[in-house]
Design a protein around this ligand. Structure first.
Ligand code: C5J
Length: 221
């Protein structure tokens, strides 16, 4: 056990029962010329967290702990994409349309894959998820149960959408959730800050927050 001086109070990390979940560090959200930029977002904000996220993943790998990556993407026939989701966003570039890096958010397309700097190594789990939350319509819950995981460290994008949604899903399922604040980002700085505040408010109502350095130190890295 290791104590992390987290927000809003100490988080007692039990490495043997902890996994890292890296949410949607996909080329289409992060790289210039991808879907995210096409929607008018400044992707440099998201690119900036790649080194800290790589450091966090490295700490988990060196400690021999579980690393799980997620990708927000859909089946090529869009059978898992509700029209209500497809109809929103950009009117000119929708999920499934041909985009700069292949069909937008379609499994197997270049843009839907994880950025090379954070690419999963053999043995790591990759969850393709059709929703914002990683528990919805995936096998994540069963995987965590099978591994007897009780604590989840979160990284990835975007803080207020897929990261926060997954933390809320996990919190409701009884997991203790810790957000790595410098390994998560939003296209909107105010939304990132608000999400961290919401997560940690009211006595960690959704979870805790700490830096990558603090988490790495707790893993003796
Ligand atoms: C969004 C995500 N923002 N990964 N996806 O649509 O947060």
């Amino acid at each position: 056990m290791a104590t992390i001086k987290a927000r809003p109070f100490d988080f007692t990390l039990d490495p043997a029962r902890t996994a890292l979940i890296v949410i949607d560090m996909q080329r289409d959200f992060i790289e210039p010329g991808g879907f995210g930029e096409t929607l008018g977002n400044d992707v440099s904000r998201l690119q900036a967290i790649v080194p800290a996220t790589a450091r966090l993943i490295g700490s988990f790998r060196r400690a021999g702990l579980t690393v799980i990556h997620t990708r927000e993407c859909h089946a090529p026939d869009l059978s898992d994409c509700p029209p209500a989701k497809r109809e929103r966003g950009s009117p000119t570039l929708r999920i499934g349309d041909a985009g700069p890096m292949g069909r937008i958010l379609i499994a197997g397309e270049d843009g839907a894959d994880i950025v090379p700097e954070l690419y999963p190594i053999p043995g790591e789990i990759v969850i393709d998820k059709p929703g914002k939350g990683a528990f919805y319509a995936t096998g994540l819950g069963e995987i965590l149960q099978e591994k007897d995981i009780r604590q989840l460290v979160f990284a990835g994008v975007t803080t207020e959408v897929c990261v926060q949604t997954t933390m809320r899903e996990a919190n409701d399922r009884g997991y203790e959730c810790l957000l790595a604040v410098d390994a998560t980002e939003s296209y909107f700085p105010a939304f990132k800050q608000a999400a961290i505040d919401m997560i940690t408010a009211q006595g960690a109502i959704v979870g805790w927050a700490a830096s990558v350095d603090q988490i790495a130190e707790a893993l003796n890295d």
